[in-house]
Every structure is written in structure tokens, then in C-alpha cells.
Design a protein around this ligand. Sequence first.
Ligand SMILES: C[S@@+](CC[C@H](N)C(=O)[O-])C[C@H]1O[C@@H](n2cnc3c(N)ncnc32)[C@H](O)[C@@H]1O
Length: 338
Amino acid sequence: MNEGQRIEQKAIRNLDQLKQCLFDRIRERPGTRVALYGYTYQTASLVNEFFSVLGDRFVPVCIIDNKRAGESGPIKSCPVMSFEEALHLVPNIDLVAVMIDSPSLTEVLSQVAFSPLQDKEILFVHRFAQPLAEKEFATLVEQSTEALARHGAVWYTDEKNWYCCYQYLKQTMELDGDVAEFGVFQGGSACFFALTMQKLGFDEKLLFLYDTFEGIPQSSALDLVEVNDFSGTSLERVQSLLSDFDNVRFVPGDVMQTFRASSEGPFSLVHIDCDQFAVTQFLCEQVYPRMVPGGIMMFQNYSFGATLGERVAVDYFFKDKPETVLLGYDGAAFVVKQ
Ligand SMILES: C[S@@+](CC[C@H](N)C(=O)[O-])C[C@H]1O[C@@H](n2cnc3c(N)ncnc32)[C@H](O)[C@@H]1O
């Protein structure tokens, strides 16, 4: 058996398996003192079942549940308490069974990992790490796609890109500066940005949206995308999509003309999605000086074949800069301004 298979076999995949594992452990070592993390109906039925089958070989010390602390547990000798209260019982605990199988599992494990409970044996469901399924993010995606569908919009950014936008927004929100998107089309990623900033309470920052709102204005020998591609949109259309957001500012026109003379900025986060070589080169030169230290520049099309001109422009510009161009989870590139 190779290493990967061995690890795979050790992993617990669901709560039924976890229950079985716990049961086996107690039979092997009667009297193991167990703290159960998470008071769900499964926990309650497990405690009662184990008692009837294992009797006094089963020693549940407590159920940890921040939300339901203070409630009486499924049996009197097994109180429900907050994580902080449970820490007083650490000397009486041998094993922690984490009865949670949801995206909040990571939060629970982080809590345990930085407490004295980390020295105990821990049983937990091994979830496949799938960032896109994270609760808060998944809700934001659902709300954005609903709004876009209601307005009949199509969009050219995928969930992995939105996930990076979400992460980078959270990471830069404490910085001074506004947020900008260059290349909006019908407002796909812009809608996600606006909604996320609002939901996370960061809407005191402005969101600037730059586009001709009439399609691609220029193309070069390096570009496959042609003049007038993406013309199926309009300023009014995107304004109507984003009419509920007071912090959104539209800057219509060829950004190679509108941006130079403008006074917008500084920026903490910019999402550059214009596809073409010349405009990306222009934006590197013009936006970079308006980024705050720690601010993030995202280049949406960096690793896609049809838009290699964008990559050429980015690599050329950052060749002699102190920043490194990094590849994101979405295949886009990002740079953190020094
Ligand atoms: C791929 S689309 C953007 C997709 C959008 N971010 C989404 O989530 O669906 C590229 C956009 O860049 C805009 N664009 C390209 N070059 C531009 C320029 N020089 N000035 C203004 N807008 C430009 C086009 O008008 C087009 O709407």
C-alpha cells in the first residue's frame, strides 16, 4: 500500500464512520473520556445509544457547543458547555470527537488546534477541502448569480476567479484606498464585487467600474479578441443591474483616455479584465503608481491562450519591479504592491 492509500484509509469520511470509529476505540480502551464537539441530533442519539450498548465503558465528559451552552445534554452527566468552559475540563478528557461535518469544521479545528485540546486524540470527518463550498462565499455566489440571471446578464469570469476576488477583498479591506474593475462587460464580476463589499460591510470604499460599455476599442497583432467584441452591453444596462449600490461609480469610455486624466485612487484592489495587450500595458503603467502598499492588482486573463497579450504586458512591466507576479487559484495572476 502506498503512502497516499494509507492516508486515505485512515481518513473518516462521514459521521456514521466517525461513530463506528469512536465505538471501536471505546471497546478497545474502555473508560476513554470523551468530549463530543457539536450538539446535533446525531450527538444526542449517539450518547444514548452508546450508553445502552457500552454501559459504564462509555465516559462522555461533556458536549461542546458554543451556541447551545447551558442546555441540558441528552443525559444529565453530560453537560453542554461552551468551548471556553470545556477548557477547564482538559485534564479529564482523553479524546475529542468532532461531530461536525460542514464548512464550519475548519473553524472548529482551528479553535481546537490552538488550545490545550490539541494534545488529545481527535476524531473528525475528513472533508475534501473545497474552498468554493465555503458557506459565506457560496451564499455570495448564489446571490450574485441570481441578480445577474434576473437582469439577463452573461459573464466571463468563473467561480474560482470570484473566490480570489472574495479572498483578496477580505485581505485588503483594512487598507486605505478604493476598489476598481477595468473590463466590466455586462457586470458579472462587478456585481460580485458590489455585493460582497456590501455583505461584508466594506461598502464605505468606492467601487470604480471602467469600460467603454460598447465593446473592445482596440486590437493588436498579439490579440485574438477583436475590435467590437463584447459590444452586447450598455452603460444603462449595468447601471440598472447595480442600482442598489451607492458606492459604485461608472467611468465609461476607452480607459486609455479616461484614466490618465482622472483623479481616482489610491486603490487597495484592482481587477484588470480587458483581455488585450495594449490596454493591459497601459493599465500596468498607470494603475501601479496609484496602488497603496499591500494593495493587490489582479490580472484576470493571465494564463488563458486567447489573451496571451495580457500576460506579455504583465511580465514585461514587472520584470524590473520589486514585486513578483504570482499565479492565483483561478489561473489569473496577482501582484501585491510593495
Ligand atoms: C472579458 S470582458 C469583461 C468580463 C467581465 N469582467 C465579466 O465578469 O463578465 C472585457 C471587457 O473589457 C473592455 N475593454 C477592453 N479594452 C478596453 C478599453 N481600452 N477601455 C475600456 N474598456 C475596455 C471591453 O469593453 C469588455 O467589456
